[in-house]
Design a protein around this ligand. Structure first.
Ligand code: SF4
Length: 923
């Protein structure tokens, strides 16, 4: 039995605040007393920023057990609550708020006991890190000193302990083979395991999925499969069966692309049925690939550890270094670095440790051979299965380093998001932030304390001394880039003192946006925008000057790219493998910047000239709570599937888009028209094959859609009251979805305390200082908890079982009437559809995604509630066939929830008004 650590402990929830003296009693205290106590002596607590929010005292600090956990158990999962911590250290969870401080004392003691134990798996490196943390005055350091013993031999420094990646030859082309139906079903049986239930829908799905692996018959015409796969058919194994067969027999790579990190995690697990963790040569057949901004940059970490970070961020850097030594892949965002670690330190410390700005110096970096990013890129080129996200697949298709890294057989799971991912991937944004990034990439840091990040000249110093023309191009690019916006540009905008042609343009853009925006965002403090039409002469003139300035930068960069190619071709003696790799890296990132500049130039060219119908352009000022962050010109493709088809489909041999909500659902089955349009098929010679596998779940008896008609739009008190009563009646387990952050905050503010007093914790995105993934973990972990959120939770939450019993939408999720939305709506109307049909498709997709959160396994049951008297009846068919849809008052809805609680609502009662009266629902 662990003796509790005799230090005072504090716990604060929405229900109150509890303080326990070192060895005394736990007592409820006021917020003021808690703040005073924390000022007197460091208190044990869990998640100090959250406690600070609860107490309304942002400067609160103390002995945060999550920091201790991150030190003792780096790269180990822990839900960042008292209950989660108790489970992670093997203690019984506290039974009440009042029990929590005592548990914190026991948990602290348990973690220190771990440090003393001989079988502490993460001992290596702990002593050295603790010495640094002591110098940084980490509050836990003095307490840990007597528990972490000095090692007999000096510990290896992190950067020498990490393994090096191996260079491997490029993979040969895959063999051209055809999979037979029998082979695929046999493989599926193998993956699902002996004795598992035979699911016909899954078998059918797997056989159809095999079609994308057949040899391609025509250039630019991949096999294209659109597969609607209802929740529960087992689509993951359904496509992994042919994918694993094919990769094994053909020796090629299959890319599975997801939109959410959640599905990536699930895929990583499920792929274990088809592939071993390691091949006989030690390499990994399954690799997770993310954008480089997700991974720890070891050079940035080294800079941070050596004085680049000070104060609290320096402590964060030490804890990240602890983690890096035990991490599976160095993935900081959604990998094994706890999502809560960054939020404990409040600053943007995590982002500063990744390679956000593309300033990687490749083989010029002392950690190049151990770099997590380089390792992941190399492993992916040799992998059988690459698990990636939609944006990365598109970027790799456009800019892969070599032929073997181009995705050619791709399964887009969560395929309903491909359109949105293409929309942002192929967008162009000429804004202050983007231009300042380019300036930094070319010029390097202009302030002293920016570590070893370097500009173009330093990165390519050897080339410029060897190749005169290359050196001159670098000089010219640097000179030209000096006219780009620099630090302080936002202040200069506000003061009306722009510096240089691009800042002058941004100043005009900002002025025009403020003059013309009518969205209501100005008053509300939100971002504002106006279309790029009928622009003032000053703006058009400024655009012309900017265009010339950007051209002046682009030309020497193009010249430099040519010189680098020439240097590579006639490689000088001094160019060793490392030097080649560095020049390759530079060419790659150079090509990216040249394309970026070309996109900006095209955008500016259009401002004063004729409209290009393929694009939607607008001016914007990005703001949050009236504070400006960015300003500039945005460009989106009217149909982003056009560039998608050109870059992804044209080069691919087989592509599958699959999702439970790929196609809109009408009374008589899936409506494929929209799904085909959003696949890009129209822009290629591909003929899409369509498959529909219905969900095996019994929605008729396990789910109900309740349309609550007596909460009026705009009645905030009524809305908050409805949420509180629904959560109370369900006993928690409610996922509340909002279309506006302001309303979410208002509702949370009104009801969180009341619910907490009843033992029903309420968490909220945009309120609690916790990232979305962690909020979902907390929600999943506690069946009494409820969670409020916006878009990211609408289809990023997979919570089967008790923890999610009810989904509540505050209103019909209408699309926001942005300039982009209006343009696409008009285009739809012009091509024979109607604006209303366009909007309906968006709403129906959102409803289908939100409803999809409810029933995740065959044993789940629950209610889907929409608090809206104006629910158009034409949207009804979006719910699975047979799902009862009932229009009723809040009181009636609560009565049905009570029935669910005591198990009496298994079927729809005949006296409840069924939604057959379509007219009654029209807005
Ligand atoms: S190779 Fe690039 S990303 Fe990797 S550690 Fe070095 S600078 Fe960072």
């Amino acid at each position: 039995m662990t003796e509790p650590l005799q230090l005072p402990a504090l716990h604060a929830s929405h229900a109150g605040t509890w303080l326990r003296e070192g060895s005394g009693q736990t007592r409820g205290v006021s917020k003021g007393d808690a703040v005073m106590a924390a000022a007197d002596t460091p208190l044990l607590m869990v998640n100090a920023p959250l406690v600070a929010t609860r107490l309304g005292y942002p400067d609160l600090s103390g002995l945060d057990l999550l920091e201790l956990y991150a030190f003792v158990r780096p790269a180990k999962f822990c839900v960042p609550t008292a209950k989660g911590l108790a489970e992670a250290v093997g203690l019984p969870p506290p039974e009440s708020d009042a029990d929590t401080p005592a548990m914190l004392q026991r948990a602290a003691a348990r973690l220190m006991e771990t440090c003393r134990s001989d079988d502490w798996a993460e001992r290596e490196g702990a002593w050295s890190t603790l010495q640094s943390l002591t110098r940084l005055r980490w509050p836990w350091a003095p307490l840990l000193r007597e528990h972490v013993r000095k090692p007999e031999r000096a510990e290896k420094w992190l950067f020498s302990r990490l393994p090096e990646w191996e260079e491997a030859p490029e993979r040969p082309q895959p063999r051209q083979i055809k999979l037979s139906g029998d082979e695929v079903t046999a493989q599926l049986d193998h993956l699902t395991g002996e004795g598992s239930e035979r699911r016909e829908g899954q078998r059918h799905f797997a056989s159809e999925a095999a079609s994308i692996f057949a040899p391609r018959e025509k250039r630019s015409a991949p096999h294209l499969l659109l597969a609607q796969a209802g929740t529960g058919i087992g689509k993951t194994l359904g496509y992994l069966a042919p994918a694993s067969l094919w990769s094994h027999a053909a020796g090629g790579t299959v890319w599975v692309s997801t939109f959410t990190k959640n599905l990536q995690r699930q895929l990583r697990q499920e792929s274990g049925r088809a592939w071993p963790a390691r091949r006989s040569d030690g390499s990994r057949p399954v690799v997770v690939r993310k954008g480089r901004e997700n991974y720890l940059c070891l050079l940035n970490l080294e800079d941070a550890l050596q004085g680049g970070f000070a104060g609290r961020p320096a402590i964060l850097a030490q804890l990240v270094a602890r983690w890096a030594a035990y991490s599976a892949d160095g993935d900081m965002i959604g990998g094994d670095l706890p999502g809560w670690l960054g939020t404990l330190f409040r600053k943007r410390g995590i982002a500063a440790l990744t390679d956000q700005r593309g300033e990687c110096i490749y083989a010029g970096c002392p950690h190049y051979r151990k770099c997590f990013i380089e390792r992941s890129v190399r492993s992916a080129a040799q992998a059988d299965l690459v698990i990636a996200n939609h944006a990365l697949v598109m970027i790799n298709a456009a800019r892969a380093r070599d032929a073997a890294s181009v995705p050619r057989r791709i399964v887009f799971d969560e395929g309903h998001h491909v359109f949105d991912a293409a929309d942002s991937t192929f967008a162009a944004a000429l804004t202050g932030r983007e231009t300042i990034e380019l300036r930094r990439w070319i010029l390097g840091p202009e302030r002293k304390n920016r570590g070893r990040r370097r500009g173009l000249a330093a990165r390519l110093a050897d080339v410029s001394s060897y190749d005169e023309a290359g050196g001159a191009a670098i000089e010219a690019a640097i000179e030209a880039a000096r006219v780009l916006p620099s630090d302080g540009w936002l202040e200069r905008m506000a003061e009306g003192l722009p510096d240089g042609p691009v800042e002058a343009l941004l100043y005009q853009v900002r002025a025009a946006t403020y003059a013309r925006d009518e969205s209501g965002g100005q008053e509300a403090g939100y971002g504002i925008e106006t279309e790029a039409a009928q622009l003032p002469g000053e703006l058009v003139e400024a655009a012309g000057h900017s265009l010339s300035a950007l051209n002046e930068i682009r030309m020497p960069l193009v010249k430099l790219a040519g010189r680098l190619e020439a240097v590579m071709e006639a490689a000088p003696d001094w160019l060793d493998a490392q030097g080649r790799a560095r020049i390759e890296g530079a060419r790659h990132s150079l090509a990216w910047r040249i394309d970026l500049l070309a996109a900006w130039i095209a955008l500016l060219d259009r401002l004063g000239g004729p409209v290009d119908e393929r694009f939607v352009d607008w001016l914007m000022v990005e703001r949050n709570d009236s504070r400006e962050f960015d300003t500039g010109i945005q460009r989106r493709w009217l149909d982003p599937m056009e560039p998608f088809a050109r870059t992804v489909l044209d080069t691919a041999h087989g592509v599958m888009l699959t999702s439970a909500t790929l196609a809109d659902r009408h009374e008589d089955g899936p409506d494929w028209e929209g799904a085909i349009a959003k696949s890009g098929a129209a822009h290629t010679d591909a003929k899409p094959l369509l498959v529909n596998a219905e969900s095996p779940f019994d929605y008729a008896n396990r789910a109900e859609v309740l349309i609550v008609t007596d909460i009026k739009r705009g009645d905030l008190a009524g809305l908050a009251g409805a949420y509180a009563r629904i959560i109370e009646k369900s006993g928690g387990g409610v996922l509340g979805l909002f279309t506006a952050i302001r309303r979410l905050r208002a509702v949370h503010g009104r009801i969180a305390d009341r619910l907490a007093r009843e033992g029903l914790p309420l968490y909220a995105q945009h309120v609690d200082p916790i990232d979305t993934g962690t909020l979902t973990d907390i929600f999943r972990d506690d069946p009494a908890a409820s969670l409020l959120g916006t878009d990211a939770l609408r289809d990023g939450v997979d919570v089967p079982g008790e923890s999610l019993r009810c989904v509540v939408m505050e209103q019909v999720p209408w699309p926001r009437p942005t300039i982009l939305h209006r343009a696409r709506r008009s285009a739809a109307a012009a091509s024979g559809s109607t604006g209303q049909a366009f909007d309906d498709a968006i709403i129906r997709a959102r409803l289908a995604q939100a409803f999809g959160r409810l029933i995740r396994s065959k044993d789940d049951r629950g209610h889907f509630i929409v608090l809206s008297p104006a629910f158009p009846s034409r949207l009804k068919s979006v719910f699975p066939v047979g799902t009862p849809i009932i229009r009723l008052t809040l009181d009636e809805a609560l009565a049905r929830l009570s029935g669910a609680q005591d198990g009496t609502d298994a079927s729809v009662e005949t006296d409840v008004r069924e939604d057959e009266n379509s007219g009654a629902f029209e807005t």
